[in-house]
Write a protein of this length. Structure first.
Length: 527
């Protein structure tokens, strides 16, 4: 084969890899994406687990996908359609409920009946968090500079960062500094008194982390989830038509339309290095592909510790990657149902079935769930975030039937005794028993159940540790520390080798930003 068979090879057809390939192809480069599985999308996939029932198997909601990516790649033209999730309902043990609807007046009245003080505070809290999210939003598109470097690119990056900081008011700077370091519990207890309200809001601060709501740094995770938008509506969440697999399918279609090649069943064994430079990849079947550059959209552990021989990378980088925290803590239980779950707090079919349903009665409830996981057990009273996609997109299940997606926290990757069949069955039963407290008909409605642990996420999606963000969103794993100090600018110490996955800045979620920024770095370097 010719030395430059391709301009660029992208490892991994998750949504970040597909985004990177689309931007490279858009710039006129000849690019191929190599995916180890038979389907594209990584953790953003939709599969028919039981005949007629289609599931968003891992990730399941959409909000963080960057608007500029949607515009640049014309994703609606390629089939992207985001359907809104109009509400969040938290059933309570006493048969009551807390609800946030898509009508501000209804939500105010709902909060007022539980706590007049919280109803008055909620609007100001939302404004403060929205301003904080909008203040930090420009950082998502910045390439993190190395603050220890005097290289022109890093000095320019620090200058941009300084200009950005100067554009913020003193109050905004202090607020951001506080949000990045404090716990979600401390943040919320400054504002609210009603336990279910605090618990439900605190849940956004623990997703994708092995931390409890009282752990420092979880306020930033909450803010990270606050930065989403749909069609210009800030802090909006939705469900993609055909599930998150519909997002990946739209990006893949855009990439192909721009000229990118996508190969499935093509696992990469190793990056080929010649003359001190990445020049291609060797596939598991022995084939070799050559290119001017290689971009990995796999997780940091695979990118730096598996695909490249250690002798090609500096020891300090390797040690940082070994220490990078990727321990998964989240599970999924996907249910095929013959009927809707009937919640005693709002019986019969209703608006709650078209939104999110959260089992989060208090911060202490979630903290106790974390306590169990700290010592190697899955939580016996877990936090659950549930949606019923078939009520939003009728094509997800047979007529009259439904699918239900249950995100579960906590389920440690290294659960004591390992995730054998008995442990997985017990985990699934715990989730069903928890739902049953609020929807007594759930057990009879189940016609199929898929239990997914972090070990399953690692095995199926190829994400080390089963961490849905490829690495926790901790202060020492953000911005110019992500994935390692000195190497956060999407380039690696190995010339021609780039990194653009969720383990890079600005982090996880169905966002696409790491893939876009990595492709831009590659193009800036003259590919």
């Amino acid at each position: 084969m010719a030395a430059n068979q391709y301009d660029a090879i992208v490892i991994g057809a998750g949504h970040n890899g597909l985004t990177a390939a689309a931007y490279l192809a858009r710039a006129g480069r000849k690019v191929v994406v190599l995916e180890r599985r038979e389907v594209v999308g990584g953790a953003a996939i939709t599969e028919e687990i039981f005949p007629g029932y289609r599931f968003t198997e891992f990730s399941y909601v959409v909000s963080l996908l960057r608007p500029e990516i949607i515009r640049d790649l014309a994703l609606p033209k390629h089939g992207l359609r985001i359907l809104p999730l109009p509400s969040t309902v938290t059933p309570l043990a006493n048969g009551d409920y807390l609800a946030a609807w898509d009508d501000c007046d209804l939500t105010y009245r709902e909060l007022y009946r539980h706590s007049p003080r919280d109803a008055e505070a909620a609007d100001e809290y939302a404004r403060v968090m929205a301003r904080a999210a909008k203040a930090i939003k420009p950082v998502l598109s910045l390439v993190p500079p190395d603050p220890s470097s005097l290289a022109p690119r890093d000095l320019l990056g620090l200058l941009k960062l300084g200009r950005y900081a100067r554009s913020l008011s003193e109050q905004e700077l202090y607020r951001l500094a506080k949000l990045v370091t404090q716990s979600a519990a401390d943040l919320l207890e400054e504002w609210f008194e009603f336990d279910p309200l605090k618990g439900t809001k605190a849940a956004s601060g623990i997703i994708g982390t092995f931390l409890g709501p009282r752990s420092p740094g979880t306020a930033y995770v909450l803010l990270h989830h606050y930065m989403g938008e749909i069609d210009g509506a800030f802090r909006a969440w939705g469900f993609a038509k055909n599930g998150t697999g519909g997002v990946s399918a739209a990006i893949a279609k855009a990439a192909r339309a721009l000229g990118a090649e996508i190969r499935t069943n093509a696992p990469v064994a190793q990056v080929i290095v010649k003359g001190g430079r990445a020049v291609g990849v060797a596939l598991a079947n022995g084939d070799e592909l050559h290119a001017k550059a290689v971009l990995s959209a796999a997780d940091p552990k695979r990118t730096f510790l598996q695909f490249v021989e250690a002798r090609h990378l500096p020891d300090d980088l390797l040690e940082s990657i070994r220490r990078f925290r990727v321990r998964g803590s989240s599970g999924k239980v996907n249910l095929a149902l013959s009927e809707l779950p009937d919640f005693t707090c709002l019986p019969g079919e209703g608006p709650l079935h078209r939104g999110a349903i959260s089992i989060s009665p208090s911060i202490d409830y979630i903290e106790r769930a974390y306590d169990e996981a700290k010592y190697g057990a899955f939580s016996r009273e877990p936090y659950l975030d549930m949606i019923i996609p078939s009520m939003i997109d009728r094509d997800m299940a047979p007529p009259g039937h439904h699918v239900m997606s249950c995100f579960v926290q906590y389920a440690p990757y290294d659960v004591e005794g390992g995730w054998d069949d008995a442990k997985r069955a017990a985990f699934g039963e715990t989730v069903i028993a928890t739902i049953e407290k609020y929807a007594p008909n759930i057990r009879r409605a189940i016609v199929g159940m898929q239990v997914i642990t972090p070990a399953d996420i690692e095995r199926i999606a190829g994400i080390t540790g089963g961490n849905i963000f490829h690495g926790e969103l901790l202060l020492h794993q953000l911005f110019f520390f992500r994935p390692a100090p000195k190497w956060a600018a999407f380039r690696t110490p190995l010339p021609g080798y780039y990194f653009g996955a969720a383990g890079a800045h600005p982090g996880g979620g169905v966002m696409g930003a790491p893939g876009k920024l990595a492709a831009e770095a590659l193009l800036e370097d003259g590919l």
